[in-house]
Design a protein around this ligand. Structure first.
Ligand code: G6P
Length: 608
């Protein structure tokens, strides 16, 4: 995590850096800081607050070259001394995203060499290391390259020197970084949204790239030190897509963007008359013909999408599927099967655990890999043979919403394509599924109309400390997702259980202070679920049931029914997700928490 932005220009870069940081705040928001170069000296301004506070502190700061950072603390508490940029002897300034694993050894060595450390961060070793090479007469580029050769770990960095007002050096390995190509000005940032106010022309850097940027151009050196060309691409991201507009929070905006996000993700499929493997890449048909199972690896919300997909893949496509939390899989001795399609699911495509899990799977001999991802140029997309891009657009709110439902849509397409290829889909079934997919955005739009009802319902949660979510089958992962949303942004302790498991433990928790939220679609498990709900009611539990219209679950004392507009068959998990997102959002509003930037979390977790 952490967001980086840097610029070298013919104008004051402070506004560019601040605007960029604001847009990168989703990556971490423990502290923010910048360093600018002016008159052969570096000026450092940091704040333990948000970028808005840094903005107030930098009103009089100027410089035509600078680097800036918004932090998600790993080494050292959030404080001004630990805020980036880190400096060495007022000469070198560095911003860093990632983790330097050998920083302790380096710190001991540098301390013995006379360097004084003023922070608890791993980053400060980078500043001193670069300084040690720079002091020997190397250029900033050479000094940075030499320092990087000594680092073990992951980094995206930006570096400037007080006595070199014309050059900014940056590098990436394991953490995202891209260049922005302006007219007479060049930028660097962790993601494209930070560059948009200045330019749409971007260069995605490869692993191990080191770049020297000046006002008249830039030179890229690959991991082997060779000067290389990388294509300049025009980003399609629009400025509006990263602005709040009429909404109070990004999360609310992103919940409301789901009909469009789903329509965009499904566009190519819905416009055609049949499903083809090609939507997953040119080699998809051959790969799918060679697989006999699926292994889904993901973290957080994306993991929940994988859990839903398991039901679809096994039931509709008849293909065995296992789903693993990436951070667990990467350290587990498992039995590889080369005929498995390893599928990584990720909004950002940068999550360190998911990347490591994928690389581990490859090291075990897995050759078939697929990324389902929302960011086209991300590491995971590049690491996989096959890909399906969700087209949710930028998701800024830390709690994932539209990324999740579009992941579900993509995984459903995977299911249908595999089912078809395996002869498990008749032409009329295929047409029926396509028909339902075309209707999905409108169905989601209808569910969004429940918003005022849910806003009122949320008032009843304002004084609660715990909540239990129930679901069964395909909807159990939706209960998990509902609980995750609620705990992430309202800080209410929430747990999810498959409703049938209630009697094996969690029923002991149920009393009048424990709201029990249930996802109640009209599916094959409905009658079983109704019995489970009775078990709750019999123990005085207050029930909040999101029920399909035809479930005939009646409101009664202690049973609150929120009627869903329609039952969507296999796509029902997507519809049932929406009210749970809204519930978490409105409960968080009741609690007065920072909805888009909940405490201790970050959107893109690029460290282990
Ligand atoms: C973080 C975010 C979650 C997200 C998870 C996985 O924890 O706060 O919202 O689900 O990372 O991220 P990914 O980008 O891989 O989907």
């Amino acid at each position: 995590m952490c967001g980086i932005v840097g610029a070298v220009a013919q104008r004051n870069v402070v506004p560019i850096l601040l605007e960029g940081l604001q847009r990168l705040e989703y990556r971490g928001y423990d502290s923010a800081g910048l360093v600018v170069g002016h008159d052969a000296k570096l000026t450092r301004v940091v704040s333990t607050g948000r970028v808005a506070e840094l903005t107030l502190k930098t009103a009089a700061t100027q410089g035509q070259i600078g680097i800036a950072h918004t932090r998600w603390a790993t080494h050292g508490v959030p404080s001004e001394r630990n805020a980036h940029p880190h400096m060495s002897n007022d000469l070198i300034a560095v911003v860093h995203n990632g983790i330097i694993e050998n920083y302790e050894v380096l710190r001991i060595r540098l301390t013995a060499g006379g360097y004084v450390f003023t922070s608890d961060t791993d980053t400060e070793v980078i500043a001193h290391l670069i300084h040690s090479h720079y002091a020997l007469g190397n250029s900033l580029l050479e000094a940075t390259q030499a320092a990087l050769a000594e680092l073990v770990g992951a980094y995206a960095i930006g570096v400037i020197a007080a006595d070199n007002p014309d050059q900014l050096v940056c590098a990436r390995r394991g953490s995202p970084l891209l260049l922005g190509v302006g007219i007479g000005e060049y930028l660097v940032a962790s993601d494209v949204s930070a560059l948009l106010p200045v330019t749409r022309n971007v260069v995605y850097l490869e692993e191990g790239d080191v770049v020297e940027l000046g006002r008249s151009g830039y030179r890229i050196f690959d991991a082997g030190g060779r000067c290389v060309e990388r294509a300049v691409q025009v980003s399609e991201l629009s400025n509006e897509s990263v602005e709040l507009g009429e909404y109070r929070h990004y999360m609310q905006k992103e919940i409301h963007e789901q009909p469009q996000a789903l329509a965009d993700t499904l566009e190519s499929v819905c416009n055609s008359q049949s499903l083809v493997p090609g939507i997953f890449g040119a080699e998809a048909a051959a790969t799918f013909a060679d697989i006999d199972s699926i292994l889904i690896l993901a973290c957080g919300t994306s993991y929940h999408a994988g859990l839903v997909a398991k039901f679809w893949l096994e039931e509709i496509a008849g293909i065995p599927c296992s789903v693993e939390i990436a951070s667990e899989y990467r350290y587990r001795i498992s039995v590889p099967n080369p005929k498995t399609l390893v599928t990584v699911v990720s909004q950002s495509g940068e999550t360190a655990d998911t990347q490591a899990a994928l690389n581990y799977a490859k090291s075990l001999g897995h050759i078939h890999t697929l990324a389902i991802c929302n960011v086209p140029e991300s590491a995971l997309v590049r690491l996989c043979k096959l890909r399906m891009l969700t087209r949710a657009g930028p998701e800024i709110g830390v709690a994932s919403t539209k990324a999740f439902t579009t992941q579900l849509a993509a995984l459903f397409l995977l299911t249908l394509v595999l089912a078809k290829q395996r002869g498990r889909l008749t032409v009329s079934q295929e047409q029926q599924h396509l028909h339902e997919l075309r209707h999905l955005p409108a169905a989601v739009q209808k569910v969004l109309e429940m918003e005022p009802l849910i806003a009122r319902l949320a008032e009843q949660f304002a004084d609660k400390h715990h909540a239990l979510f129930l679901g069964r089958g395909l909807h159990y992962p939706i209960a998990l997702e509902g609980a995750l949303k609620l705990k992430e942004i309202s800080y209410i302790h929430a747990e999810a259980y498959p409703a049938g498991e209630l009697k094996h433990g969690p029923l002991a928790l149920v009393d009048e202070d424990m709201p029990v939220i249930s996802v109640a679609p009209n599916d094959a498990l409905l009658e079983k679920l109704k019995s489970n709900l009775q078990e709750v009611r019999a123990r005085g539990g207050e029930l909040y049931v999101f029920a399909d219209a035809d479930t005939h679950i009646r409101a009664a004392d202690g049973i609150h029914i929120m009627q869903m507009p329609e039952h969507a068959g296999y796509l029902s998990p997507i519809l049932h997700t929406i009210p749970l997102q809204l519930l978490a959002y409105y409960v968080a509003l009741q609690k007065g928490t920072d909805v888009d930037k909940p405490r201790n979390l970050a959107k893109s977790v690029t460290v282990e």
